[in-house]
Structure formats: structure tokens, C-alpha cells
Design a binder for this molecule. Structure first.
Ligand SMILES: [Zn+2]
Ligand SMILES: [Zn+2]
Ligand SMILES: [Zn+2]
Length: 162
């Protein structure tokens, strides 16, 4: 079963995405006894400003609009925390970060990335997970971490191009 975790930009009410993400992050940190400090929360909000993966320096630039003293290590530490808690994913091919809307359960990331508008849609597919593990296992390989990044064209951009 392929499950869509979030939606393409412009096809949903994004404000409610952001509100849900922050609320979920707060409850996860409360349950786990970790701290979503005001800075970590702000960084999470900046990442959630859209479904387009954002680089650490872009996050820093926006953070500096509010906090002139924000330094790169501060942002990197906040990003590390958010990744550890599964609240954001790092898109390796873009070296950028995107919010996770299903952080309650452990999962490997799988993203459809639009090369035209930059949107990244996270999807989950148990069958693909299984296939990857089976294929690796056939070679005696134990999978530790995997990230599937698929580039192409989103429905909105495909419609505009047509
Ligand atoms: Zn959204
Ligand atoms: Zn996720
Ligand atoms: Zn697009």
C-alpha cells in the first residue's frame, strides 16, 4: 500500500500542516522527555514554511531576521535534534531539510521531489521497504539506513507544462 503522508503545495491548506506539525512535535517531545526549546521550535517552523526542502544556510538567514546573533552551529545543533527526533528528514541529493508529518512512528524516508517547483512529497510503501530488505539480504547485506529520493514532475507542474 502506498500512503501519502502529506500533500503537494497549493493542493491543501498548508497553515493547518504547520499547526499540526508543531503540535505533534510538542507532544512527541513531552512524551519522550526531550525539549523543544523556542529555538528548535522556530527552526522547525522555518523548515515547515513550505514543502520545499530548505538548506541549513537558508534557515540561518531567516533566523537572523529575528535573532541577529544566530550562528551556524546553533542551527546545526537544532537540526541535529530535529532529525534525531524524526521531526525532519535530510534530503541528501539537495543537502536540505524537510518536515516529517508522520514522526510518531519510525520509518525510512521516501520522497518524490519535483524538479520544477522543488516540492518534496513524503510517501511510505511497505512493499518497497520489504523489497529493499530482501534484495540487500540476498547479498548478505544488513540495511541500516536508507533514503529513497525520486526526482520528477509533480501534478501541478505537469498540468502547467501541458
Ligand atoms: Zn502543507
Ligand atoms: Zn517522515
Ligand atoms: Zn512541481
Amino acid at each position: 500500500m502506498t500512503e501519502t503522508v502529506s500533500g503537494w503545495s497549493g493542493r491543501h491548506d498548508h497553515n493547518s500542516c504547520v499547526a499540526d506539525a508543531i503540535e505533534t512535535a510538542e507532544s512527541i517531545c513531552r512524551t519522550r522527555g526531550t525539549r523543544l526549546t523556542p529555538l528548535r521550535r522556530k527552526v522547525l517552523e522555518l523548515i515547515w514554511s513550505s514543502h520545499r526542502p530548505i538548506g541549513a544556510y537558508a534557515v540561518l538567514g531567516q533566523l537572523r531576521d529575528e535573532r541577529d546573533n544566530a550562528a551556524p552551529p546553533t542551527v546545526y545543533r537544532a537540526l541535529d535534534f530535529l532529525m534525531e527526533e524524526g521531526l525532519v528528514h535530510r534530503i541528501q541529493s539537495l543537502n536540505a531539510f524537510v518536515g516529517c508529518s508522520e514522526p510518531e512512528h519510525a520509518h525510512a524516508g521516501m520522497f518524490l521531489i519535483c524538479q520544477t517547483c522543488g516540492d518534496a512529497l513524503e510517501i511510505e510503501d511497505d512493499k518497497l521497504d520489504e523489497a529493499i530488505h530482501n534484495a540487500a539480504g540476498a547479498h548478505g547485506f544488513a540495511v541500516q539506513r536508507r533514503m529513497v529520493e525520486i526526482t520528477g514532475t509533480c501534478p501541478g507542474c505537469a498540468a502547467k507544462a501541458a
